[in-house]
Design a protein around this ligand. Sequence first.
Ligand code: RB5
Length: 142
Amino acid sequence: MPCLHIASDHAGFALKTALGRRLADLGHDIVDDGTYSDESCDYPVFAHKLCAAVEDSDCLGILICGTGTGMSMAANRHPGIRAALCATELHARLARNHNDANVLCLGARITGVELAFAIVESFLAARFEGGRHQQRLDLLKG
Ligand code: RB5
């Protein structure tokens, strides 16, 4: 199992807490990069903290805000991060298979806890397929 970082803003705090507990119960090694309460805060702070830890490592990350949009925008500013905002299990599996996504973004105001957990499981179970997909990832660098 890869090491797993998880972070949210206030809007994602409850979902982060629920997912973190369930993943820890399954034996995942979870690093909680905050936020640590539902007090209003700024999502880029937590996106950048998690991404600094995940980029250039073998760890994966989960970022949660209200929609997942702000977190994905902030995360994809890091050259070593490929963040995917996912609302379905298929979306998450293909983000790993084809895009080698190393950060999963979720929207707590969009996706309920049960579906979010299924999306996380799908993300963690999938593997990058390489080949033509690696060629396309190399082209992302511009
Ligand atoms: C916070 O209200 C909200 O804007 C934030 O969680 C996120 O959805 C931004 O993209």
